[in-house]
Design a protein. Structure first.
Length: 186
């Protein structure tokens, strides 16, 4: 029998009120409070908090507070990454972020979802779908990435876009819903 956390990470319906998941979210909230309260005069402490919250974060991970996430441990950073002010990552499923990725302010990354059927939603179970962002992607301010999307290497997502489906590598995509506008120089 799988734990609720195993179900959550596998994208199966899970109970978000499971004691283990509640404890892990509480741990993340405490780390986020400390991170968001840290000053620019405390760079070593800020990096320590980032590494504790997001175990895959390296010394070249930069997060401008405030920053918010569900767990942190489900965020996989594959190299140098920059999160601008006020980013939100709902990481109930894995969020994989390539090297050289830039997130503008107020970017929202949602792996979390709920059943479409009202009766199923009443059960309280939730779902998650992983998100994968390739290397050297730039996501403009206020963009929203919906559950399950993939963004190819070198892509640029315009500010305010709502990404609901995969975006190929090397393109500029924008809008609501986000769509490819043109190729970008490599």
């Amino acid at each position: 029998m799988r734990t609720e956390k195993q179900k959550m990470l596998a994208g199966a319906p899970y109970d978000p009120l499971d004691a283990q998941l509640v404890r892990e979210r509480r741990r993340a909230r405490l780390l986020l409070k400390a991170l968001n309260d840290s000053g620019d005069d405390q760079p070593a402490e800020r990096q320590r908090l980032i590494a504790e919250l997001i175990p895959s974060a390296g010394p070249d991970t930069w997060i401008e507070p405030p920053f918010y996430c569900d767990y942190g441990s489900n965020i996989l950073l594959r190299g140098k990454v920059f999160f601008n002010f006020n980013c939100i990552v709902l990481d109930v499923a894995q969020v994989s972020v390539g090297a050289g990725v830039l997130f503008g302010p107020a970017v929202q990354i949602y792996t979390a979802s709920h059943p479409l059927d009202a009766q199923q939603r009443r059960s309280g179970l939730e779902l998650g779908e992983a998100i994968d962002i390739g290397d050297d992607v730039w996501i403009g301010g206020g963009a929203i990435l919906c559950p399950g999307v993939q963004i190819g290497a070198g892509a640029v997502i315009g500010a305010g876009s709502v990404v609901t489906r995969p975006v190929p590598a090397g393109v500029f995509a924008a809008g609501n819903p986000c769509r490819v506008m043109r190729q970008v120089a490599g």
